[in-house]
Each structure stands twice: as C-alpha cells, then as structure tokens.
Design a binder for this molecule. Structure first.
Ligand code: UDP
Length: 236
C-alpha cells in the first residue's frame, strides 16, 4: 500500500550539485534516479519539477548586472538542463520518462499541457516538467505548486537537504526545533523559509498539501510514500 497515488516531487537544483560548487554531481543524480525508480515500481504516478540553482539563478544574475528577465530565462534553461539529466539517468535505470517544457523547444521536450502530463503518468512514465512556469519573476517552487495543482497530485513532496521545517535554520541555530506538522498560515506568518510565499499561498488556496523531507538520504522517498513520518507535513 502506498500513501499517495500521484505525487508532484520537487527537487532542488542546488542539491543536484552534491559536494561540488557548481553543476551536476553524477553520484547524486544516480541516487535520485534510484529513489524515483523505487517508488515508480510501487505504482505511484510521478510528476517532477527540478530547480536550476546549481547552474544559474536570475536574481543572482541581476545582482551581477544581468537583465532580470534574461537572467530568469537563463535560470529556466538551467532547469531544462537538469530535467534532461534526470530523464537520462532514469531511462538508463530502465524507467520510462517524458520531458515537457513550459517554453516551446521541441525536440528537447514537448510543450507542456496538463493532459499530456496526466496521459504520460497514467501510461507509466515519469513526467519531468521543465522550465518552471515559463515566466520570469517566479521560482521553481511556484512552478511545482502550479504543476502539482494542475496535475491533481495528492501531495507536493518537497525534497530538500534538511529533514523538515524548523523554527529557525538548523544549520545556523542549534536550538531550532522541528515541526512534525504546521499550517500554511503559520509557515507564512512565522516567515519560515521553506518555500516562497507565492508558492505556499498557491498550495493553500488550492488545498495541495506539502510534505518537506530530506531527499539526499537514499531510501527516504520510499519511506515517505510508505507513510513513514520522517519530515514535516504542511496542511490547511
Ligand atoms: N525561474 C523563473 N521562472 C520560473 C522558475 C524559475 O524565472 O517559473 C528562474 C529563476 O531565475 C530561478 C531559476 O530559474 O532563480 C532557477 O530556479 P530556482 O532558483 O527555483 O531553482 P532551485 O533554487 O530550486 O535550484
């Protein structure tokens, strides 16, 4: 038995660089593919949105003098690179995938529609939705909230490098304590930096629960799907 039938898995681009300072760590990429393969074999329908922070972020670019819109477009292209890398790693592991892009760029991937995504998931493919929302001034967190709502996922699983939401950043404050569950309103009112406000508000308004967990520990994704309580549940 699995806890969820259809998931939207958000992976961070930054985690994909592993211990390197930039780009794609093939070991981490392989570990992600292994974990995703495990839950695909359990019959879970999987949609994935991956960030691009390991390659380029629009806001950082703007700070260095890039035009913000072009910088954000570069960031969205970075998510396409990561999506292709993940697709390639999954296919090599024997998992069929489909890459859909929010910006038209055949033959790199097909132009995204909700129905293409659902059809591919129902036929057993892992769907990777690249290029965020397709618009500047958004993040891939917002992209994954949007796609999660559109594809009617049961939950958005936000894979991070910490094991949930804390009262403060546990990497900086040793007295920080972890929430097992928390409401969307409290995430926003406490200013917790788990997702940006736009993404959290979208989930709240459309009743998409979020589960935050540590994706960098191999086996954790399967635990979450099996109903083990290893992260933080964000609910209405
Ligand atoms: N981005 C964008 N619109 C979107 C999604 C992403 O403009 O809908 C750009 C934005 O510049 C962002 C970059 O893509 O900085 C990479 O995405 P993100 O920072 O969310 O990746 P992560 O931090 O998860 O690696």
């Amino acid at each position: 038995m699995t806890k969820f039938k259809r998931i939207l898995l958000k992976l961070s681009g930054e985690s994909l660089m592993g211990n390197q300072g930039y780009g794609i760590d093939v070991t981490r990429l392989g570990e992600y593919a292994t974990q995703i393969k495990e839950v695909a074999a359990m019959g879970v329908q999987i949609g994935i949105v991956i960030g691009g922070g390991n390659i380029f972020r629009g806001l950082t670019g703007a700070g260095k003098g890039f035009d913000r819109v072009k910088g954000d477009q570069m960031g969205m292209m970075a998510t396409v690179i990561n999506s292709l890398a993940l697709s390639s790693a999954l296919e090599a592991a024997g998992v069929p995938t489909k890459v859909l892009t929010a910006i038209r760029m055949e033959p790199v991937g097909e132009f995204y529609t909700k129905w293409k995504a659902i059809e591919a998931m129902e036929s057993g493919r892992v769907v990777i939705m690249a290029a965020g929302t397709g618009s500047p001034y958004f993040t891939t967190d917002t992209g994954s909230s949007l796609r999660g709502i559109e594809i009617e996922a049961d939950v958005m699983l936000k894979g991070t490098r910490v094991d949930g939401i804390y009262t403060a950043d546990p990497e900086k404050d040793p007295t920080a304590t972890k929430f097992n569950e928390i409401s969307y309103d409290e995430v926003i009112s406490r200013g917790l930096k788990v997702m940006d406000i736009t993404a959290t508000a979208m989930c709240r308004e459309n009743n998409l629960p979020i589960y935050v967990f540590n994706m960098d520990v191999v086996g954790n994704l399967k635990k979450v799907i099996s109903g083990e309580d290893i992260g933080t549940y964000v609910h209405p």
